[in-house]
Design a protein around this ligand. Structure first.
Ligand code: DCP
Ligand code: MG
Length: 242
């Protein structure tokens, strides 16, 4: 049966190999299909560590991460990757063309699929302005495009793969506020019943999320909607005001 994409953390504790203290301590939450879960918290709080456990970049020492009730520890990375699309905090482009970077993970995508993903990711205009369009060269690490363009190409790449679970790790930070707003609106239209998890520095990006998790020093110290958290969570208020 095709995956639905329900993501569940059950009492997850994780520390990097060799480290004294865990960076995540007894984290539990559920991220539901068709909904957006946002993760906020100060730098070093453990947000990236948390979402990197979903595609098994690391495995927790205690507890379990599950997708549709199946522990990801029982799946290979390739199996998880077919369900989960991660746009990492340091978006990575490899030497090739725009098209080859976007098709990574879904070789069968047509040019129309790539343009549609670029439209949503707000990358259509800059790619159209390239001399060779989709066939324009990308250098190793994407050093020949700007940080914001790199982010948008990596977002488009995730969209091309059409995963059940989208993970955006601070993926909108290099975008100006209006591009950010347009992108998230278009994203909301195409992600449909997929599960969306967004790590955000800019709280204005996620005030409309169905659920917001506030992470502080590896612990979830608050959860709720923006309105609920503004009302009753001091850590969240501090992030909003900062
Ligand atoms: N850490 C580590 N080894 C790594 C990555 C991180 O020891 N390979 C540590 C650094 C932090 C803690 O883990 O003390 C949490 O790091 P995260 O990258 O998970 O933190 P955030 O993503 O929340 O921070 P930022 O907002 O800066 O991205
Ligand atoms: Mg991070």
């Amino acid at each position: 049966t095709p995956a639905v994409g329900l993501v569940e953390f059950r009492n997850v504790t994780f520390g990097y190999p060799g480290a004294e203290r865990p960076v995540l301590d007894n984290v539990s939450f559920t991220a539901e299909p068709g909904k957006t879960t946002a993760i906020v918290g100060s730098t070093g709080a453990g947000k990236t560590s948390l979402i990197n456990l979903i595609p098994r970049l690391y495995d927790p020492q205690q507890g379990e991460v599950l997708i549709d009730g199946v522990p990801v520890s029982s799946l290979t990375r390739a199996q998880v990757s077919s369900v989960v699309g991660l746009v990492s905090q340091k978006p990575y482009l490899f030497s090739g063309t725009i098209a080859s970077n976007l098709r990574f993970g879904r070789a069968s995508a047509t040019d129309d699929d790539l343009w549609e993903a670029l439209r949503v990711a707000q990358g259509e205009d800059f790619v159209r302005n390239k001399a060779k369009g989709l066939d324009d060269p990308i250098s190793q690490g994407g050093t020949n495009v700007s940080g914001g363009q790199r982010q948008r190409l990596c977002i488009a790449r995730a969209l091309v793969a059409k995963p059940r679970v989208y993970l955006f790790d601070d993926s909108f930070s290099a975008l100006d506020v209006s591009t950010d707003a347009r992108l998230r609106e278009a994203l909301g239209e195409v992600t449909g019943d997929a599960t969306v998890i967004i790590v955000a520095q800019r709280v204005s990006s996620i005030t409309d999320a169905d659920q917001i998790l506030v992470v502080d020093d590896g612990v979830i110290v608050g959860r709720g909607t923006h309105e609920e958290l503004v009302e009753r969570n001091e850590t969240y208020r501090q992030i909003v005001e900062s």
